[in-house]
Design a binder for this molecule. Structure first.
Ligand SMILES: Nc1ncnc2c1ncn2[C@@H]1O[C@H](COP(=O)(O)OP(=O)(O)OP(=O)(O)O)[C@@H](O)[C@H]1O
Ligand SMILES: [Mg+2]
Length: 601
């Protein structure tokens, strides 16, 4: 079960300086763009503030005196300024958005590279959906921080301060009359902000909930259909979907109240100016132009206030996102390559497990102290009950996890002293469940490794007997395979993953045989392929079908993480221990099937 998204804060109470400082580091490479955006914003604000003043001059200086030429001049100026504002706004928008997109690009690449390096335990703790959200949604929200957050908030405040100063400068009393509407405006804004934030929090939680639910449902769609869970699934989705709709409607209602309230207050402000200012115009203590300019300023006054109320929410959402993004960036891979790690040209392939203690959870060792040695070029099989720790051994060998105690050595060198890439380059693991990437069969074998040539891919698929069926696919080896490997049967997928291992020509081969059963013909094909695979290299074959491993040099029997028997097939049969029992069991099952066939006939 993925942890519910409710666990994570969607908004931060505070705007965190430290987080901002870290974010700004991503802006640094693009600082010239940021400076340009801010400069443009200042110019834009100044230009916008000039319009009412032009109006005032037009009325007081030219209309009053009947100066037509002057009036034309100032109208021209007004028009010219409009064009300037248009150009400024265009440049400012593209600059700011460009900044946001560039920062987002950098951040995503950083996150992507980082996530690829993280060790397996991280992904066991964090569901896939969550990690994906970091790279998609959270980075997107961070972008808002730049585009409609920081820069715009700066612009809004600039305009507000500008208007207030100009109003006070032009006429203190009239300005104060206009500011009478401010207290109710602030109250309405605070109330609105809280309501909308609440609704948005719920919306985001529900979207995240729908995402993870859908991801799970779609991945298990065959189970849903097999067990006829469609109705139950639809009911769960119905609930999430309904809650999302209701939250959205709540935010709509909040907007539907807030915007008319702001409009009402705006009109009241104009009425106040008109009543008080108008009477002063009649007194002759105020010019008509000044009155008109005041009305225009008061109209411009409300827009930034309205915007600010939303931008603060955006800022807080972005802070929460940035916290999560940095948390991901800060999680260090536990398994790292050492400085001056060993990168040998040739690997003989001697494997030594020396008193290896390991478990997935503290105090629950799966391997309580395992020791064995595999000589260079030797092929060894590992058998044991399910859960005995066989796959665990394979994972330790390629350092998906590090041992608690003891050591694993290859060619006499502790694998923790190896360069991680060199180690994994020389050891090929054919995992228990075959995973196919979307892409051609050819690509799935070569994995875009430049050191694996086209011929090697062909050779490998021929050698393991994958070529016949691959060539029969609609487009041969260039047939697109999908993640779930449709087009290929289980046995065929296994042969393909053999080809993958062989094409990379490892020094050490670890084969974790799939538990799923395949028909006799495929089993024979797999057995043949295996013989090709282990030829001339150290190999560790984890087998579930004992028939697969009769020709290996030695068999190790694992029981609860301990080595209980070892020897050749004949030796172990003669000893009459666990292996002998396992073998008899498998033999009996086969015999039983045979008998059934006889009796049926
Ligand atoms: N990622 C993991 N996190 C926690 N416990 C795990 C993890 N992987 C395996 N285990 C536990 O470790 C034990 C050994 O698992 P392992 O996969 O090594 O068994 P196995 O011998 O490969 O079994 P099988 O024959 O079924 O493949 C099991 O009890 C399992 O529950
Ligand atoms: Mg296993």
């Amino acid at each position: 079960m993925p942890p519910s998204p409710e666990e994570e804060p969607l908004y931060r109470k505070q705007i965190d300086r430290r987080l901002l400082a870290r974010l700004l580091q991503f802006v640094r490479p693009h600082r010239s763009r940021l400076i340009l955006a801010v400069v443009l914003l200042v110019l834009l604000s100044v230009a916008e503030l000039a319009f009412p003043l032009l109006m005032k001059t037009g009325i007081d200086r030219y209309i009053k005196t009947g100066d037509t030429a002057g009036l034309l001049r100032i109208s021209g100026l007004y028009l010219g300024l409009l064009v300037v504002v248009f150009v400024l706004r265009y440049t400012q928008t593209t600059t700011t958005q460009g900044l946001g997109q560039r920062v987002m690009y950098d951040l995503r690449m950083r996150l992507f590279r980082h996530v690829q390096r993280l060790s397996l335990p991280y992904f066991e703790r964090n569901p896939v959906g969550r990690v994906m959200t970091r790279l998609t949604n959270d980075v997107e929200v961070l972008n808002e921080l730049f585009t409609s957050g920081l820069v715009s908030i700066f612009g809004d405040i600039l305009i507000l301060v500008g208007i207030i100063s100009i109003m006070l400068y032009l006429d203190v009393k009239l300005a104060l009359a206009c500011f009478l509407v401010l207290p109710p405006l602030v109250l309405a804004t605070l109330f609105f902000r809280a309501r909308v934030r609440e609704a948005y929090t719920v919306i985001r939680i529900k979207v995240a909930g729908m995402n993870s639910f859908l991801q799970e449902m779609l991945s298990g769609i065959s189970l849903v259909q097999l067990f006829r869970r469609e109705k139950a699934s639809a009911e769960r989705f119905d609930r999430l979907n309904g809650e999302h709709r209701d939250a959205f409607l709540r935010s709509v209602r909040a907007y539907a109240v807030y915007f008319p309230v702001v409009e009402l207050l705006e009109t009241i402000a104009v009425a106040l100016i008109l009543a008080y200012g108008g009477s002063r115009v009649l007194d002759g203590t105020l010019t008509l132009g000044l009155l008109v300019a005041f009305i225009q300023y008061s109209e411009r006054f409300f827009r930034p206030i309205r915007d600010l109320s939303q931008r603060y929410n955006i800022l807080q959402g972005a802070m929460a996102s940035s916290e999560r993004v940095f948390e991901l960036l800060d999680s260090q891979p536990r398994i790292t390559t050492p400085r001056d790690g060993r990168t040998p040209d040739r690997v003989e392939g001697e494997i030594v497990f020396d008193g290896v203690r390991f478990g997935y959870k503290p105090d629950e060792p799966i391997l309580p102290g395992l020791s064995f040695r595999i000589a260079p070029g030797e092929s060894v099989a590992l058998v044991g009950h399910t859960g005995a720790g066989k796959t665990t051994i394979a994972s330790l060998l390629v350092r998906f996890y590090d041992v608690w105690d003891g050591s694993i050595r290859i060619d006499g060198v502790d694998i923790r002293k190896w360069d991680l890439h060199a180690l994994r380059r020389r050891i090929a693991v054919v995992p228990q469940d075959v995973y196919l990437f979307s892409g051609s069969a050819r690509r799935n074998i070569g994995l875009l490794d430049p050191s694996v040539s086209e011929e090697r891919v062909l050779e490998a698929s021929r050698a393991v007997g994958a070529a016949p069926f691959l060539e029969q696919l609609p487009a041969g080896l260039d047939t697109e395979l999908r993640e779930r490997g449709s087009l290929l049967s289980v046995g065929q997928r296994q042969l393909l993953s053999f080809a993958r291992a062989l094409a990379h020509d490892p020094s050490v081969l670890v084969l974790d045989e799939a538990t799923s059963s395949v028909d006799t013909q495929t089993e024979l094909a797999i057995r043949r392929a295996l013989r090709v695979l282990i030829r001339g290299r150290t190999s560790l074959v984890i087998a579930h079908r004992l028939s697969t491993i009769r020709h290996v040099d030695r068999i190790l029997v694992l029981h609860r993480g301990k080595l209980v028997e070892q020897g050749t097939h004949e030796e172990l049969l003669g000893a009459g221990g666990i292996y002998a029992k396992l073998y008899q069991l498998e033999f009996k099952i086969q015999e039983g099937l045979g008998l059934d066939e006889v009796s049926a006939g």
